[in-house]
Write a protein of this length. Structure first.
Length: 614
């Protein structure tokens, strides 16, 4: 991925996949023209140019910030392959919503089977309104079928970097629509001939997590749902089939576990890197819908992958995780249920303990946190079976192994719950997974377990956010040490505008501007950032550094001149985070010249810890 590609949409797969769709008869191509002429440039400096030059190289890329007036625009059109005639849709240019991906790989476009009508979804800037539009590719005429609006943000999927959870049914001219209009994520059946709602497919105080497959013969849609059983962790997914005409639900797999099914067209970057899957075309559901490959998992047990049939009967066990490689003394993380700071909302987390744990000792506590509202950070499955392919699970386990108790909590303002749960952070994007909930939860854990030393609490994020900064500045009486790899400044992050309208001057004046709070720093702080980070541009970190210097505050800094985003290729920064925590909490000298290579973080942390003891 080039530097320019990385900054354009902050995701490599968005920039490399074709932005076009063939008609069923392969005679027309549905695509768009991208207009970025009015978008302002964003300078990026390569201080170590890849060609080996000593002279820094500056690159200007088109990059719209949240409060910029001009953003990229899309003009939809079709191309007749034989005649080479272009038919432009008679529709205003669609403004880039500043979302994660381009329309043609986000499941926002499709064709009718008669090859006459192309459909697209117009997502307004800041995602407060979405409109389903039909486009006659002969005449160019367009008409709106239906629209949906919200005072906050409209989610078309609960997985922020995955395609929309919509399912066009061209053979019957219908659309299975995903919406949180009831306050919960559910599915609705629309007629595309008239744009009218035919019926509600799912409903209730639970949610649809993923649309996996549709069987046209039985008219059943295969789903991953969550929260239906009120006695279980609401993040645990179950598998079911739902008839789209009657709403009848047939359970396929449901237990006190999370059932993971690989979904076709999910984001390849994270999955591909960490799980070795190089394609987006594989699916956990067979083409006929008769069989499903699912991994039954939870954070405190070895995962089991099974082949089951459509009724949930096990055909065979494909794989059981081999945990023999775990070093002696391994402690499975403990799933915990807590109360949010409001005293009434249930929140969930994980507690990691080191292999040498003793309940008679006292351990500093590390809050492994991310205040991004589009994340649910707590792993619900073991090892690689979570939304970030094991990053949070193994990173938290590794930090615990150094001699800490590590806690991960999903507070209010994060995803995978009700709409109101996520909207808790709307307009205050820095309160995603509200740190007040983290503090309340950790204090509850301190009441349960005497081994937690609540006088020594730190906060860490290696995945990119400003939660350690916000924790140290807003709650200095609680958090004493903070370390962040890839600082997030929402004013420089295009997608932040979806969760926080930064065009509003009043919003820009609140505590989003962390530099205004720099004078409050009391604890120990480590900042680490890649200077070529296309997701969280380095300028946000530098502006915060300037505020710290202006306020005469001490801090530690690691800048990686050729570094990219978060943990990708940043083993050096991660090792420095470990050093930082060990020095300030355990008052011991970290091992000299310890090389943190690619590999299992937990095993490396054990080596690190053993070296410290030696």
């Amino acid at each position: 991925m080039s530097l320019v590609e990385g900054f354009h949409k902050n995701t490599s797969d968005s920039c490399t996949l074709p932005q076009a769709l063939w008609s069923y008869d392969s005679k027309q191509l549905f695509t768009y023209q991208l207009d970025e002429r009015q978008v302002l440039s964003y300078p990026v400096t390569q201080y170590i140019p890849p060609e080996g030059s000593v002279r820094p190289k500056s690159v200007d890329v088109k990059y719209a910030l949240p409060n910029d007036q001009a953003v990229a625009e899309y003009r939809y059109l079709s191309i007749d392959v034989e005649s080479k005639q272009v038919c432009i849709a008679d529709y205003p240019c669609v403004l880039d919503s500043l979302a994660w991906q381009f329309p043609f790989i986000s499941n926002l476009t499709w064709w009718s089977t008669d090859n006459k009508i192309a459909y697209f979804i117009d997502v307004s800037r800041r995602q407060k309104k979405v409109t389903v539009v039909a486009f006659d590719t002969n005449s160019g005429s367009t008409w709106s079928l239906f629209e949906e609006s919200s005072n906050t943000k409209i989610n078309l999927s609960l997985d922020y970097e995955h395609p929309a959870s919509l399912l066009p049914l061209p053979e019957t001219n219908e659309l299975i629509w995903f919406s949180e209009r009831s306050g919960w994520a559910h599915l609705y059946l629309y007629c595309l001939s008239s744009g009218t709602l035919k019926n509600v497919i799912t409903h209730g105080d639970w949610l649809v997590r993923e649309v996996l497959h549709f069987n046209p013969e039985t008219r059943e849609v295969y789903l991953q749902i969550a929260g239906r059983n009120k006695n279980r962790n609401p993040y645990y997914r179950e598998l079911c089939r739902v008839n789209i005409d009657t709403g009848h639900i047939s359970t396929i797999a449901s237990d006190d576990y999370d059932f993971v099914v690989y979904k076709k067209h999910c984001r390849p970057t994270m999955i591909g890197v960490h799980l070795g899957l190089a394609t987006t075309d594989c699916s956990g559901v067979s083409p006929t819908g008769n069989y499903i490959v699912t991994t039954k998992t939870r954070a405190d047990a070895a995962p089991i992958t099974e082949l089951i049939d459509v009724n949930g009967c096990k055909v065979m066990t494909l794989e059981t995780a081999d945990i023999s490689g775990l070093q002696g003394g391994w402690h499975w993380p403990e799933p915990v249920k807590l109360l949010a700071a409001d005293g009434k909302t249930d929140i969930y987390g994980l507690v990691f303990r080191p292999s040498h744990f003793s309940p008679d000792k006292s351990y500093p506590v590390i809050d492994f946190a991310s205040n991004n509202p589009f994340y649910a950070l707590v792993p619900n499955g073991a090892f690689g079976n979570d939304t970030e392919a094991g990053c949070a699970y193994m990173s938290a386990a590794a930090i615990a192994e150094l001699g800490f108790i590590t806690v991960i909590i999903d507070g209010r303002g994060s995803c995978y719950r009700s709409k109101s749960f996520q909207d808790h952070a709307y307009g205050n994007v820095h309160t995603g997974s509200d740190l007040k909930d983290h503090i309340a939860g950790i204090r509850q854990l301190g009441d349960r377990y005497s081994e937690l030393n609540l006088d020594a609490v730190g906060i860490v994020d290696i995945n990119g956010s400003n939660s350690p900064l916000y924790g140290l500045l807003a709650f200095p009486e609680f958090y004493k040490v903070g370390a962040v790899v890839s600082m997030w400044d929402p004013r420089l992050r295009a997608q932040a505008d979806i969760y926080h309208d930064l065009s509003n001057e009043d919003n820009n004046k609140n505590s989003l501007v962390l530099g205004d709070m720099a004078s409050r720093l009391q604890g120990k702080l480590l900042l680490a950032n890649g200077m070529l980070d296309p997701v969280y541009p380095i300028s946000g970190c530098l502006q915060f550094i300037e505020a710290l210097v202006r306020n005469n505050k001490d801090f530690d800094l690691v800048l990686l001149p050729s570094g990219g985003h978060s943990w990708d290729g940043c083993q050096y920064a991660l090792r420095r985070v470990w050093d930082f925590l060990v020095c300030h909490f355990l008052s011991i000298e970290p091992p000299k010249d310890f090389h943190l290579a690619s590999g299992t973080e937990y095993a490396l942390a054990q080596q690190f810890s053993e070296t410290v003891e030696t």
